[in-house]
Design a protein around this ligand. Structure first.
Ligand code: SF4
Length: 208
């Protein structure tokens, strides 16, 4: 496995921030199973976790007016470093109040940090995009192999319902290729019930 210190990288006019290799899932469709990078980037496997100072420096060394969005995504799950991601996002908001900022997550931050994390997202992110992946916990475990077991699916839906009080937009996303039409409709019902948007995406790269 090739490693690098690729902390920020460009995707279609957006700037992506990569802060950790850690993830609470082992999704069968994860791009990490297929290679070391994404969208032509260097390897996104980090040699080590960058310090907060290094992340600040990488983000603020870019001309952020060039990008349509700043996205915390990562090769791992960015909420393993939620506090740091919030600090970086807030610093960008201070300098560029109109810059849209998104975090792509598997929705496990409550489980990872063992507390209600929803209020932490306020004032940092405009969009929280959460990978729903499946309509139920059994299928979730079959596909995503979460270290938190079956409670992880319910936990991410609960998180989606709560975090919408703190950020302008919450998305639940699914990968079209990994679900049947019936399962997609079940996921749509979950998103409707949670009062958030369902995004059905084609598999192209890491989202959380
Ligand atoms: S797809 Fe996202 S949540 Fe799943 S293993 Fe990969 S990084 Fe983790």
């Amino acid at each position: 496995m090739k490693k690098s210190m690729c902390i920020t990288y460009e995707v279609d006019g957006s700037l992506y921030v990569n802060m950790t290799n850690k993830c609470s899932n082992r999704c069968e469709f994860c791009i990490r199973n297929n290679g070391d990078g994404a969208y032509g980037s260097d390897s996104l496997w980090l040699e080590r976790e960058p310090t907060l100072k290094e992340v600040f420096s990488s983000v603020h060394s870019r001309d952020l007016t060039k990008y349509s969005e700043l996205v915390f995504c990562g090769y791992g799950e960015p909420t393993y470093r939620l506090e740091d991601a919030v600090a970086v996002a807030r610093s960008v908001k201070e300098k560029y109040p109109k810059m849209p900022i998104r975090i792509n997550t598997n929705g496990h931050s409550d489980l990872i940090l063992d507390k209600d994390t929803a209020p932490m997202y306020e004032g940092a992110f405009d969009v929280v995009s959460i990978s729903l992946n499946t309509p139920n916990s059994t299928r979730y475990q079959e596909i995503c192999h979460s270290i938190f077991g079956k409670r992880s699916h319910e936990a991410l839906i609960s998180f989606a319902k709560r975090v919408k009080s703190y950020v302008p937009k919450v998305i639940l996303s699914v990968v079209r290729e990994s679900l049947t039409e019936e399962e997609i409709e079940q996921c749509r019902a979950i998103a409707d019930d949670a009062g958030v948007t369902l995004r059905i995406r084609d598999y192209i790269g890491p989202e959380s």
